[in-house]
Design a protein around this ligand. Structure first.
Ligand code: HEM
Length: 473
């Protein structure tokens, strides 16, 4: 398959329509390429299409029989595990995180400020700094801990682990999922996956034990960590330790790159659009001013800022595909027999582009949202038939971290734009059509300048009195 299958699929969508079928190896695939198609299949027929296709390595080795959330079939086991996650990621739980999320937004700006002083007009890449930021948010919610410095080697280790976990889910890496007669030839891949599982198990064990040993201190800071709810559930014999470790690992996988790459894209897009920055800055000057730091409630009075974030995520996201779905029994849909086990692929590139209802969908135009400047979660959870943006998926398997990701992206971007003018580094070109290949699609590293918007920014950031309850690892 081509390194950018979404481009090929988008081309085929123009040719064959917004629902078309493919045979990949022994597997049937149905590819969805418009908001109508995704709404019809994933939302209206949610009971049928809320399962995940069977992939041997994630199912059998990484989650020991689908004992997590991400690749479990829809049903009672999935429901109970998703429920425990939502105790820490629901809208209400996330309201309780605003203190540390605000703090992380400010810590991020402090690093950007320092780096900008050191690098001057040539600028620097934000990718690893955004990664560190998102890692701290995910670590805080998961274990109640954080990593002090973006240069700490553990940042890259976490990143490599989550990428490795992602890669085990790519059919290309393990074609036996599509051609079962290849299974005997992939023993080495299974052994590699088992080694990965054992390494991850040890990491979860260390982190969970650290939590248990420091529980009083951690709970005093963040009372709703995933660790806390899992520890309670294990005590009540509702969960096994293995299930807890699988769930903790999945949260890192699901939350880390998705959020950090979204933030990276936002910064890259805005660095190319000085006109959009100017409008956001004007809105900020009216709502926040330059003599205090931003807070999450400012977003309520900033409709244009909400449009900008909505458009950034529609225009470029962390991945061009949603997680695949499947049906566990044959079903006839619009006169076509969809055999059980069909891979349902949602091509976001087409849904937000060629298959979109939006005029000039290929252009970055925040104004398209102005008649209804919804928040990211309002778009994802509101009237499904009217949705234009499907970055967080939809229906029963909609992203479990939606509210957390929203609050984090709002606070991080709010702080960055409040503090800085973003400009391409001297001699740097930012081409938004340049995308790295793979299951996740970051922009390449590009140097960006962060020019303080006022001489007081540094002192205000240093005076930050937002709480940092997360314990440093
Ligand atoms: C900008 C950031 C994020 C994006 C774009 C994103 C996107 C997605 C998408 C597209 C799905 C699949 C939905 C579907 O099948 O229809 C998903 C599932 C999921 N996400 Fe996120 N996500 C983000 C952040 C997070 C965070 C921060 C967490 C956790 C702390 C998280 C946890 C999950 C989980 C557990 C699932 C699996 C849900 C299930 O299968 O029932 N995500 N996400």
């Amino acid at each position: 398959m081509s390194p950018r299958p979404y481009l090929l699929f988008s081309k085929w969508a123009e040719q064959y329509g917004d629902v078309f079928y493919l045979k990949m190896g022994q597997a049937d695939w149905m590819v969805l390429s418009s908001p109508e198609a995704i709404h019809d299949i994933l939302v209206k027929h949610g009971t049928t299409f809320s399962h995940r296709p069977y992939q041997e390595i994630p199912a059998e080795i990484l989650t020991k029989g689908c004992q997590g959330v991400l690749n479990a079939n829809y049903g009672s086991g999935w429901r109970s595990r998703r429920k425990i996650l939502s105790l820490s990621t629901s809208k209400a739980a996330v309201r309780g995180y605003m203190g540390f999320l605000t703090h992380e937004g400010r810590e991020l700006c402090k690093v950007l400020y320092k780096e900008s002083q050191e690098n001057g007009p040539s600028g620097f890449s934000i990718r690893n700094i955004a990664l560190w930021h998102s890692l701290n948010v995910t670590l805080s919610v998961t274990y109640g801990t954080r990593i002090q410095s973006h240069l700490d080697p553990r940042v890259q280790q976490h990143s490599n682990s989550t990428e490795e976990a992602f890669n085990f889910g790519i059919p290309e890496a393990y074609p036996a999922d599509l051609l079962s007669f290849l299974w005997p030839f992939f023993g080495h891949k299974r052994r590699e996956a088992q080694r990965f599982f054992e390494k991850e198990f040890k990491i979860q064990h260390t982190n969970f034990t650290h939590y248990l040993e420091n529980r009083g201190k951690v709970d005093a800071g963040i009372p709703t960590t995933i660790c806390k709810h899992l520890a309670d559930a294990i005590k009540a014999q509702e969960f096994t330790t293995l299930q807890a470790y699988i769930l903790l690992g999945e949260t890192m996988v699901a939350g880390l790159h998705t959020t950090s790459l979204s933030l990276t894209w936002i910064v890259h897009i805005l660095a190319t659009r000085l006109d959009v920055q100017e409008r956001v800055h004007a809105e900020m000057d009216r709502v926040i001013g330059k003599s205090r730091l931003p807070t999450i409630t400012d977003v309520d009075d900033m409709p244009y800022f909400r449009c900008v974030l909505q458009e950034c995520l529609r225009f470029r996201g962390p991945s061009q595909f949603l997680l695949p779905r499947t049906n566990i029994e044959d079903i006839e849909h619009q006169g076509v027999l969809i055999k059980k086990g069909t891979w349902i692929i949602s091509n976001i590139h087409a849904i937000h582009g060629v298959g979109s209802r939006q005029e000039s969908a290929e252009e970055f135009r925040p104004e398209r949202w102005e008649t209804n400047p919804k928040t990211l979660s309002e778009e994802a959870m509101g009237k499904q038939g009217e949705r234009e943006s499907w970055t967080f998926g939809g229906g029963r398997r909609v992203c479990a971290g939606l509210h957390l990701a929203e609050a984090d992206l709002y606070l991080a971007t709010l702080h960055i734009l409040w503090a800085f003018h973003l400009r391409a580094g001297d001699g740097e070109t930012i081409d938004l059509d340049e995308v790295e290949d793979g299951l996740i699609n970051p922009p390449p590293h590009r140097r960006i300048q962060y020019i303080p918007r006022s001489p007081d920014i540094h002192d205000l950031l240093m005076m930050d009195d937002s709480s940092s309850p997360a314990e440093n690892l």
